[in-house]
Design a binder for this molecule. Structure first.
Ligand code: DQA
Length: 228
């Protein structure tokens, strides 16, 4: 299927692709799909990007289903890196309105939009989530670990308090990059301590919302190296 779709060139193929993607999802899940939103930005002019980007889109919409069929039909193994999960903790849904002098005016939805565009360019399936609940974050870490996915984690204040999150990362051995919008080391001393850093491969903080995109690029590279 992917190699057939790979022949499409420029132009607005959005309706065609949506239909095809719905069929793939129905096929893979075995049930009727209710319909989908185009997984790319309307501004990006359909599928004018590379084949890499296109496969990223297909993998994104198929996320959560068994995509063995798609994987075996894609003949270039370099596209087949695991998904990346961007997980956000408490109060990050308030970005844009929360302490703008510290966090700026960009919302979490803006961050998600730019990360989705970057992930599509990288040919990587992306899961983007936010919760105020520690237990939910822990379950999402387990899910990502089971799937062999990479995790970009902004655990918010749980960074400084949660031994349970530390243990979840350690137990699942999931590959984590810790992200903070603000430079926590220039702030109150209670923010200098992180339970995530000792079990993360790396830390990006103080670069504002673009820290998420830097982390996405770094994680894609790490996962590609691991797959080789
Ligand atoms: C934060 C920093 C944390 O100390 C704080 O509790 C947050 C946001 C950041 O992104 O800068 O909620 O993780």
């Amino acid at each position: 299927m992917i190699s057939t779709l790979g022949f499409f060139g420029a132009g607005d193929l959005t309706p065609t692709i949506c239909t095809l993607v719905r069929r793939i999802r129905e096929h893979v899940s075995g049930s009727k799909d209710q319909g989908i939103e185009p997984p790319w930005s309307p501004k990006s002019n359909g599928l004018r990007g590379s084949r890499n980007r296109f496969i990223g889109i297909i993998r994104e919409v198929c996320h959560g289903f068994d995509t063995t069929l798609l994987r075996t039909q894609a003949n270039d193994a370099s596209y087949m890196i695991p998904a990346i999960h961007i997980l956000n903790g408490p109060n990050l849904d308030l970005l844009g309105q929360r302490e703008p002098d510290v966090y700026g005016s960009v919302t979490l939805m803006d961050i998600e939009t730019s990360c989705r565009a970057a992930a599509a360019e990288l040919g990587v399936a992306l899961v983007f989530r936010q919760t105020a609940h520690e237990g939910t974050l822990i379950e999402w870490i387990h899910t990502a670990g089971d799937a062999g996915a990479g995790v970009i984690l902004n655990a918010g204040a749980y960074t400084h308090t949660s031994i349970a999150l530390h243990d979840a990362i350690r137990a699942t051995r999931v590959c984590v990059i810790e992200v903070h919008v603000s430079n926590v080391f220039q702030r109150e001393s209670f923010r200098h301590m992180s339970y995530i850093s000792p079990v993360a491969v790396g830390l990006i903080c103080g670069l504002g919302p673009s820290g998420y995109e830097w982390a996405l690029h770094a994680m894609a590279r790490l996962l590609r190296q691991k797959e080789m």
